[in-house]
Design a protein around this ligand. Structure first.
Ligand SMILES: [Zn+2]
Length: 368
């Protein structure tokens, strides 16, 4: 019985990607409490908006009504936004500029949520976001020798971009786009920002899908606090949270979920074959949704790794070899594991299975 309960948690974890991947994006919007997984995003090469378009500033000062409306918003909600004077002003009337981001705020998103929900949500996320981003920059600082410019973040809560059918948010060259609402943004934004750091800023770019997703998940789920996602419990429904607590993924008093333990628990469900026959998100961009087969279970390879597997394998490699051995070689392909660690991916995977199983035992996580 308990095993079945835990499996149902995994279904909710993968459902967001699965359902929206099938094009039923309204399901995610209407049932956002359990439909969006923290792992539902990826990197995309193309976008309809270029970074250059967004940052071009028209210095012509023509604002009067704009200034008054802006002053009202700042006074009411305490958000430090500016009028967007770039060519995209018609779509994004305002921009929030911080050390980490230039966040372009879409007019129809403000209309969709209403001013109160939109700007209160912006105030809420902006405070947490700066702390989360600073923490991620600190982890990756040894591997970034140049400056880290503020990244453009674009809201698209009306889901105009077709990628919204598949992902809660994505990083593309030069910008991050966020779909659905602020809660969906909170679950995905740190992961996307880490993509920005490892794909755009790092001295050696993490372009291999396994390394790229594994490192983004490792840092956002296991290494950093991720205040944004935790502030809304990673959008997990209450029932799922209680289920994790009941299976030992909890704080020492047994009262609250421990998100790091929960993540090792998620990986262990893959290890123990509970995902066989089920659809899940893989780290492979060309094969985002796959059905786990016995064959895949018996012959793991980097392209069919789930997000929790990839992240926990990265964690294993960091603990076994050193963070520098992993992050310092983030540009490697997982097929080059042998060169770095002296073992092939299947060998590493086998070692990791033992390690993760032992880790779950030590953490008091029970799968059965
Ligand atoms: Zn990703």
């Amino acid at each position: 019985m308990r095993k079945n309960q835990l499996i149902s948690v995994m279904i909710s974890l993968t459902l967001g990607t699965l359902v929206t991947g099938c094009g039923a994006s309204e399901t995610r919007t209407d049932n956002s409490s359990d439909a969006i997984s923290a792992i539902s995003e990826t990197y995309a090469e193309e976008s309809s908006l270029s970074n250059a378009t967004l940052v071009t500033v028209d210095t012509t000062d023509e604002v009067t009504n704009d200034d008054q409306e802006l002053a009202d918003i700042i006074a009411t909600y305490g958000v430090n936004i500016e009028v967007n004077h770039s060519a995209t002003k018609g779509i994004y009337p305002y921009v929030l500029r911080t050390e980490s981001v230039n966040m372009f705020l879409a007019a129809d998103d403000i209309e969709k949520l209403g001013k109160d929900e939109f700007f209160n949500g912006l105030k809420d996320i902006s405070d947490l976001m700066e702390q989360d981003f600073a923490e991620a920059r600190q982890v990756l600082a040894p591997y970034i020798s140049g400056d880290i410019p503020a990244v453009d973040v674009i809201t698209d809560f009306c889901n105009h971009d077709s990628y919204s059918s598949f992902f809660g948010a994505y990083y593309s060259v030069g910008h991050i786009k966020c779909f659905y609402d602020w809660n969906a943004t909170k679950t995905s934004l740190l992961h996307e920002y880490i993509h920005y750091l490892t794909l755009c800023c790092a001295d050696t770019k993490a372009t291999d899908e396994f390394m790229k997703e594994g490192i983004a998940e490792y840092i956002s789920m296991l290494r950093c606090e991720n205040r944004m996602a935790r502030s809304i419990n990673y959008m997990l429904p209450e029932k799922a949270i209680q289920n994790y607590i009941d299976h030992g993924a909890c704080t020492s008093d047994g009262k609250s979920i421990d998100y790091v333990k929960r993540y090792y628990c998620d990986a262990q469900l893959f290890v123990e074959g509970y995902e066989v026959g089920r659809q899940y998100s893989t780290v492979s961009i060309g094969n985002t949704i796959a059905t786990r087969t016995e064959e895949m279970q018996n012959n793991p390879n980097k392209s069919n790794a789930s997000y929790p597997e990839a992240a926990c394998i990265i964690s294993y490699l960091v603990e076994t070899y050193s963070e520098d051995a992993v992050l310092g070689n983030m540009g490697m392909s997982a097929t080059n594991f042998e060169d770095i660690f002296g073992k092939s991916y299947p060998e590493i995977y086998k070692d990791w299975v033992e390690w993760n199983t032992q880790k779950c035992d030590e953490l008091g996580i029970t799968i059965e």
